[in-house]
Design a protein around this ligand. Sequence first.
Ligand SMILES: Nc1ncnc2c1ncn2[C@@H]1O[C@H](COP(=O)(O)OP(=O)(O)OP(=O)(O)O)[C@@H](O)[C@H]1O
Length: 620
Amino acid sequence: MTLPKPTQEQQTILNSKCACKIVVAVPGSGKSTLLFQAIQQYYTQKQQPGHCLMLTFSKKSDNDNKKKGKTLFFAHRKQLDIRTFDSFCCRILKQHWQLAGYKKRPDFDNGYNQKILQAVYDSIALQKHKDRLPFEDVESIIKQVLETQESSLKAIASVYKKGLYANAVKPFTKILAEYQHHKKSRGIIGFKEQVEGCYQLFVRHPELLQTIAQQYGLLLIDETQDLSPVQLKIAIMLAGAIKQSFFVADDAQNIYSFRGVKATNLKTLEQALSKAKVFTLTQSHRCTKPVALLASKLRQAIQEVRNIKMWSEKEGDKPDFYTFANKNAQYRFVTQKIVKLHHQGMAYSDMAIIARKHESLVNLQRYLQLEMDAFHTAYDDNRTFTPTLLALLLDLMVNGYQESLVDKILLSLDITSTEENFAYVKAELSSTNKTARKNCNKHLKLFGDLIRKGLHANTTEARVRFIHAFLVSYSTKVASSQSSKKSDKHYFNAELTGATMLAKQGIDDAQMLEHLYALGKSDQGGVSLLTAHGAKGLEFKVVFVIDADNTLFPYVHSHRHHDNENDERKLFYVAITRCSQTLIMSSVYNEASNIKPTDFILKLKGFKRIINITDTTRNH
Ligand SMILES: Nc1ncnc2c1ncn2[C@@H]1O[C@H](COP(=O)(O)OP(=O)(O)OP(=O)(O)O)[C@@H](O)[C@H]1O
């Protein structure tokens, strides 16, 4: 991995001798890249450099920065401190809790339990599914877990705060109250209190701030526009005490006002750091010319942001906006388009579907589920993969969970396929069962081929190996028990355990299995399904912005804030600037129910290509 050569714009900033730089720049202009270029310059110029402290707001970009930092500056890795603001404050407070005035060491509540958050999301988002547990059951399960892990409630609270799930508010409120009680009685302090505590510590003990600052020679702050008021105060204090500092931000990407983040971060920063020099970056290295033009127009309509004209040298097609009679027609179109692009060589991981609301993503998955139910009619005798099956496989890819992947394939084959198809699959499975343990590769190839015939050419080897192991176990059971109840959930779960063990024994690289679970959780390798908030900071070759209609963009239910439209426009700006090659926007267009493409697009002059698709069976 190497850093791109700085452009003239970037080089001017790097060359400046100013000790404190604030860079305001458009999406994809290389803000994060510039920070790494600054680190490179720092280590090259200094004989005995001090440590660099790189702070960012979100865990996601922190992880990204850590990875890049380690790769690019391996020799200096011990002098590179890359953290989130929360983690920085937590560390300071852990070291100096007595100075901060605590009588006994507080219990630091570090983050939340992802598993529980997932369980909550799943149970709520999918509770209408008939075979899901009722919410009460899920709630009681969560409570049981919470008895041992109170801190996880924070996660639930954050879901509740998003206000997405009206029917979940009551139990969450109850759980939240319980959590707060536990927290208080046990002296647990969360991230918010830790950041506030750290700030107070620096205010009361400036000597401590100086001691900490002396360890560092360069301070780098990414995503400055997203810092909370207290985080910003800490950043300002650090910039005042560390020799060189470098802030990067895009004021038009400030999308966290609902969390109390102010749109005025940059103004506050400039006023507080009078010696700072402000620079701008106008060229986007990510977006193509037409997308940069569209984004630039959108940016001009955003209030209270710096007037920067975004431009690009990258050629590309003008983005299209497709409209459909209903959501399913839209989802079908997106699915087929993804499949087509994949056949043309585009990796799934290079594509993303972005929506304003999580519900749109759930709806899309439901649609794919329906397609899957129709699987038996789509799976033809030539064993070629029809669009419906491709849609099913796409679902499996985007879900990313191996259990459900295996489960769904086998359940579909078993329950919904015709006798003939089932016999074929059964034969394929059983034919290998005896030699499979000895000859893993053969079996792997068999299943790999089956998958590759469709769209899984780049399915990770790990996934194929796992499925393979599962099938070995499954086919052994089929042969020995001749069970006719293969659709039984418990049966599959037992098989899954069997497959896990088998994979560990029989497959050369047992670690692949762990890797596979990690893959599943992070959705790597598949098409990313993201909300506009979740997509921030990310980059994909192809981006589909779905459900971009006047009820969701701007999201009508959040009209309670007077500046809502401005915030929503910023979100749309974030969504469309994630793509480096192709942007495809879509929505329902239904005059009877007054749903039409978002005004964000309609009001932009010069954007004429709205394609109305009525024939949904057409292959696009
Ligand atoms: N000088 C350059 N030459 C070529 N490509 C570059 C240059 N600088 C940055 N890029 C590329 O542009 C893309 C966007 O870079 P980066 O993620 O640093 O932008 P950003 O401004 O932080 O984006 P965002 O606003 O979305 O967070 C990356 O693919 C990066 O490699």
